[in-house]
Design a protein around this ligand. Structure first.
Ligand SMILES: Nc1nc2c(ncn2[C@@H]2O[C@H](COP(=O)(O)OP(=O)(O)OP(=O)(O)O)[C@@H](O)[C@H]2O)c(=O)[nH]1
Ligand SMILES: [Mg+2]
Length: 429
């Protein structure tokens, strides 16, 4: 008769075999191939799918061994906001965490009350995890779009050798992001292609969102509606100076464009905002020097709320094509921020551009936040964050040394309040 002790080892072996091999092979959990799945169909198929409700008894617990039948529980994603608008993020799969952080912030501060859709753009397909996590974070519908190769890669007229030489020179000169081809593609795409992507053609307005940004205040109103009602086409929060070594020949090319198409220059343009060079606004320090008439000021385009039809206009199309043909996006490292800004400053009425002074926003290394204590309190702003090195950031860039905001007040659309909203009583809807 074998002792209990001698039987223990084979018994444990059988048990382990049962747990690790037999159970997983006999029970199959259906998983959904999200990359090839129309997410929105998923919600419409079954109007009453099982969802996790922490307030009810006997619910499947997310942290237990229970599994929900569907990866993405049902949620009413019907748009509440009245504008034909979308939030848009150009992003890479590896930036998922930063994307979720930005989404969480914008959803909490604004979009959960409006449920505008999200459009995600990428030059490679989004992976299942990215799709699942961002869909769970969004209050509205989500769309995942693959950018066609011809909209992302450099145009065929770009001379390869000149391009390589441009990259080598940019590295030698210490140009920020100067050695990266993908960064050039990104700036080129953001300058001339995002608004023509098929999905984007469905909308009139966009709100550009980047990974790893933070919105510091409740919005308490719909910025798309505010722009439309006040005949604005573009809204910004930060205006700063560009690194001149990224754009050695941009201004010269812009001047050539204006000479060739004088009829496209708007009679009420904001050229003064980008061409005045006085130093008196900063009293004791001179502004960033520039070797051309362009003073390097531009709207910081990682935050934009704007009308897509401006970018889809004939005027902007001609402007972009002119710049593109010069090759400066690739031989140099032109950013989409100065390209968008100069386009707006030349082609648009300066009064159609709006500074959102009541939107708190952080994108490393700059913070924008309202300065009025009343606005800060009633919009529940937190005007403090931590930079990439853990350094505390609590001073808005507004009238800081590299800011061009005071110049915008003086030479642009002036300084005015658009909102008639009484924030004090405008609590959550
Ligand atoms: N799909 C895709 N998105 C990109 C690529 N490069 C940049 N982006 C996105 O384009 C936007 C701008 O890129 P960033 O790397 O943030 O550029 P930046 O704001 O000038 O630089 P940072 O100071 O590092 O934020 C972000 O939304 C990025 O996620 C790329 O190669 N592919
Ligand atoms: Mg960025």
């Amino acid at each position: 008769m074998p002792s209990i002790r001698t039987l223990t080892v084979p018994l444990i072996g059988i048990l382990l075999c049962f747990c690790y091999y037999i159970i997983p092979n006999s029970i199959s959990f259906s998983s959904i191939d999200l990359a090839n799945y129309d997410i929105n169909q998923l919600f419409n198929h079954n109007p009453h799918p099982p969802t996790y409700d922490p307030l009810k008894h006997n619910q499947p617990k997310l942290a237990s061994n229970s599994y929900l039948e569907q990866s993405i529980p049902f949620r009413n994603r019907q748009q509440i906001g009245k504008e034909n608008a979308t939030l848009v993020m150009l992003v890479r799969n590896k930036e998922l965490k930063g994307a979720l952080q930005s989404m969480r912030s914008l959803e909490d501060r604004f979009n959960r009350h409006y449920r505008y859709p999200w459009v995600f753009l990428n030059e490679v397909p989004f992976d299942d995890e990215f799709i699942e996590q961002t869909t769970l974070m969004a209050s509205g519908e989500t769309f995942y779009e693959l950018i066609p190769e011809e909209d992302w890669e450099q145009p065929s007229f770009i001379d390869e050798e000149k391009y390589e030489n441009g990259i080598a020179k940019a590295i030698m000169d210490g140009v920020i992001y100067g050695g990266t081809k993908s960064y050039r593609n990104m700036c080129h795409f953001n300058s001339g292609y995002f608004y023509r992507q098929e999905r984007m053609l469905n909308y009139d307005w966009y709100f550009r969102v980047e990974p790893d940004v933070e919105y510091m205040c409740d919005f308490q109103y719909d910025p798309f509606e505010l722009l439309r009602r006040n005949n604005k086409i573009y809204g910004f929060v930060i205006a700063i100076t560009e690194y001149e070594n990224t754009i050695p020949t941009l201004w010269q090319t812009v001047e050539e464009f204006m000479a060739e198409y004088p009829e496209l220059v708007h009679p009420n343009n904001s050229l003064d905002f980008i061409t005045t060079h006085e130093t008196s606004l900063n009293h004791w320090k001179s502004l960033v020097p520039s070797s051309t008439k362009y003073n390097l000021c531009h709207f910081w385009s990682n935050f934009e709320i704007a009308n897509l039809n401006f970018f889809r206009s004939e005027a902007y199309g001609k402007y972009f094509d002119y710049l593109d043909k010069s090759g400066g996006f690739y031989y140099e490292r032109w950013g989409d921020a100065p390209v968008h800004s100069i386009g707006l400053n030349i082609l648009a009425d300066k009064n159609s551009i709006h500074h959102f002074e009541d939107i708190g926003y952080y994108h490393a290394p700059y913070l924008a936040c309202p300065t009025s204590k009343d606005v800060v309190a009633s919009k529940r702003c937190v005007c403090k964050t931590y930079g990439v090195d853990g350094d505390r950031i609590d001073k808005p860039i507004d009238v800081g040394l590299f800011s061009c905001l005071s110049r915008w007040w003086k030479y642009g659309a002036g300084k005015s309040f658009l909102n008639e909203i009484d924030y004090t009583f405008n609590y959550e809807k």
